[in-house]
Design a protein. Structure first.
Length: 197
């Protein structure tokens, strides 16, 4: 890795918690400068604009999150165990990044104001839906999950409910909503989704 690449990576790592907390598009440049220890010229030597920095930081954050999700899934043998581990990772109080769930934060932030960020968020959500759908479909093939469930529907429910739990917990500043959702979804996976022997 060249010195310039190392500096770019250091900027992304230092800016990530700030931008995740304050908004990938709306965090003030002065705060980014403070967090990274660089002046504007130093930042813009590595990123052409604040928008480019924000999008690169989002990509960096999501690479970290996706890596952690893959590690958790890879540590489990069965699709049902993978779904339960996924729920625990997202709602179980494990902190992947300071500032909360970057997907939820970005969904709210990118609604209509930032089309480029919205496309990034859509790509991540599409990837997660495909991935979770594949896990459910694999569970059906293995006979662990009922054959009559729709994998994409289950993926939509999981993502929607997990992100909703983050929304309520962040708004009320109370983890009870994440805990309740984790319990509910775990019961759903262990009960309604499981194939009967």
């Amino acid at each position: 890795m060249s010195k310039g690449e190392e500096t770019r990576l250091r900027i992304l790592e230092r800016a990530a918690p700030l931008l995740n907390r304050h908004g990938f598009s709306t965090a003030p440049v002065s705060e980014i400068m403070r967090a990274t220890g660089l002046q504007k010229g130093g930042l813009y030597n590595h990123f052409a604009s604040k928008e480019e920095l924000a999008l690169a930081t989002f990509d960096h954050v999501m690479a970290q999150v996706n890596r952690r999700v893959q590690e958790v899934h890879a540590s489990k043998r069965s699709p049902v165990e993978q779904l339960l581990a996924h729920i625990d990772l997202i709602c179980g109080g494990h902190t992947i990044l300071e500032g909360g769930c970057p997907i939820l934060n970005s969904i709210v932030e990118s609604d209509d104001a930032n089309p480029a960020l919205r496309e990034r968020v859509r790509a991540v959500l599409d990837k997660w839906r495909r991935y979770l759908s594949h896990v459910v479909a694999d569970g059906i093939v293995r006979g662990e999950i009922r054959a009559d469930v729709n994998p994409d529907e289950v993926a939509t429910l999981l993502i929607g409910m997990l992100e909703g739990a983050h929304l309520l917990s962040n708004f009320y500043r109370d983890d009870v909503h994440r805990q309740r959702m984790a319990q509910h979804l775990s019961a759903y996976v262990n009960g309604a989704l499981r194939a009967r022997e």
